[in-house]
Design a protein around this ligand. Structure first.
Ligand code: ADP
Ligand code: MG
Length: 480
């Protein structure tokens, strides 16, 4: 079997939309500062003069200038090195899986037909990266003979079986007029794809990433078509490599499709904290200047991500966002505190997305709680919450729910971790519940106002005064 060892040429990465909107794109997209500039005064030997604190920048250009200056201190090259789409030249702790995938696909290099392959593992366990790396190495070996054609499709980005077949077929279209247009019947697209694929004797390796999402959305009909296509091809042969984040995904497949796709199966286990540390250290070495990552930073990112089922993507996101936090603080080094801030920020985004999906009355209830909490900055008593909720509902022209339903909604908000209710004693034996908010108020209120029904509650807000809830101690908020 040929050995498919990775090397250090830059990766060709499958295109994938960035899954996180958390990173500060405005900061991360800035270009390198111009070289040169005014010469710094020569240091005096006699006395160490501390650098003067720079005055606060007065306009946007000055803000960019100062950020760019700091950028040079942390990052040594392209910051894309820390992004999901970047495939590093080495994938520590995935040597075994690289070997397994390469072993299944290697027959294609000899002109034999490999088995179909299913790769399973939780999100961030390196499935996409491993397949991309094996692909790169196979393509390199096949460069001269051109027997193998890889097609990579992320099923999360396609809506229908039609677009899947169309996209696969069109990768073989030599000219515009060969392409499968939109608007054909599904049968015709199938035929068109088969014809395009079959123009040459070759092995087509079709990588269907996030194949579980395709099945959830459109069923397994298209997988049935693809898995038996070899009986209808005269020249080309098709191998399917399915990648699934859902470990039980084959349970939902038709028995025939399941047995065809499942010819070979590889499980990607989650990374543990020590493995994540190795992965992060390699990336950090590529991304940052020497000495800018404080002790404890990598360990903290790895520990947080290990708690979340060993997700390397999460670990990298924490490091990337931590670096951006350090830049905003104009720090010369990334500290463990920056990683804590990054973690809060990531959690904040998850929380805000969760608030967007609440039922309307639940949103109004949360809105009332946030308003009261924002005014007082202390826990809110349930009686006040009911009153505030009823007022808002009426203001929106809605009939307020009965106390029991409101109480159920309160329990739901608590179960989601958005609020916490504690029993407080009110003297003379009276007890009531006090509600504490666990979401960032200044970010959540506008997210709730995105619901057209709640929009009339919106009001202008001072966007410069965002507060970040400290999730480790939610009663405290710290300026962000
Ligand atoms: N062993 C590894 N070494 C280096 N980086 C890794 C490793 N495993 C995963 N990554 C990185 O973590 C991120 C998520 O990996 P990915 O392959 O997309 O996971 P999955 O497809 O299993 O969800 C990517 O940026 C990838 O480069
Ligand atoms: Mg993936």
């Amino acid at each position: 079997m040929p050995s498919l060892t990775p090397d250090s040429r830059p990766a060709e990465t499958p295109s994938r939309p960035s899954s996180s909107h958390i990173a500060n794109e405005a900061v991360s997209q800035v270009r390198d500062p111009p070289r040169g500039g005014p010469a710094a005064p020569a240091p005096t030997a006699e006395r160490e003069v501390p650098a003067p604190t720079p005055p606060l920048p007065s306009d946007a250009a000055a803000v960019f200038d100062s950020l760019l200056e700091v950028k040079g201190e942390l990052f040594k090259g392209r910051r894309e090195v820390l992004r999901d789409s970047y495939i590093p030249s080495r994938l520590p702790h995935r040597e075994h899986q690289i070997h397994q995938v390469a072993e299944v696909l290697a027959p294609a290099l000899r002109g034999d037909l490999p088995s179909n392959l299913l790769i399973y593992g939780k999100i961030g366990t390196g499935k996409t990266a491993v397949v991309a790396q094996v692909r790169r190495d196979i393509e390199r070996r096949d460069e001269n003979s051109d027997h193998i054609k890889f097609i990579y499709i992320n099923c999360g980005n396609i809506d229908t079986p039609y677009s899947l077949l169309q996209m696969a077929g069109n990768t073989f279209a030599a000219k515009e007029s060969d392409r499968i247009p939109t608007g054909w019947s599904l049968d015709r697209v199938q035929m068109g794809m088969r014809r395009l694929m079959d123009t040459k004797a070759r092995t087509v390796i079709l990588v269907l990433d996030e194949i579980d999402r395709l099945v959830v959305r459109s069923g397994d009909g298209v997988l049935y078509t693809l898995s038996q296509i070899n009986t209808e091809l005269a020249n080309a042969r098709l191998v399917i490599v399915g990648i699934s984040n859902d470990l039980k995904f084959t349970n939902n497949l038709d028995a025939r499709v399941r047995s065809r796709l499942n010819e070979e199966k590889i499980l990607f286990p989650p990374y543990d904290a020590l493995q994540l540390q190795d992965i992060l250290r390699e990336r950090a070495k590529e991304a940052f200047r020497d000495g800018v990552v404080d002790p404890g930073v990598i360990e903290r990112c790895a520990a947080y991500a290990a708690l979340e089922h060993g997700d390397a993507r999460r670990a990298l996101a924490l490091l990337r966002l931590g670096a951006e936090m350090a830049e905003r603080d104009r720090a010369k080094r990334i500290t463990p505190d920056h990683i804590v801030k990054a973690k809060n920020r990531l959690e904040q985004d998850v929380i805000i997305d969760c608030c967007r999906t609440l039922p309307t009355h639940c949103k109004i209830l949360l809105y009332a709680i946030l308003q009261a909490y924002e005014r007082r900055r202390t826990g809110v008593l349930t009686g006040d919450v009911y009153e505030g909720y009823a007022k808002l509902a009426q203001k929106l022209g809605l009939q307020p729910l009965h106390a029991r339903s409101v109480s159920n909604h309160l329990s739901d908000l608590e179960a989601l971790g958005l609020i916490r209710a504690t029993i407080v004693s009110r003297g003379r034996g009276g007890r009531t519940r006090e509600i504490i908010v666990d979401v960032p108020i200044a970010e959540t209120l506008p997210a709730l106002e995105e619901d057209p029904l709640l929009a009339p509650l919106g009001r202008p807000r001072n966007r410069g005064q965002l507060l970040l809830t400290n999730f480790d101690n939610p009663a405290r908020t710290t300026p962000y």
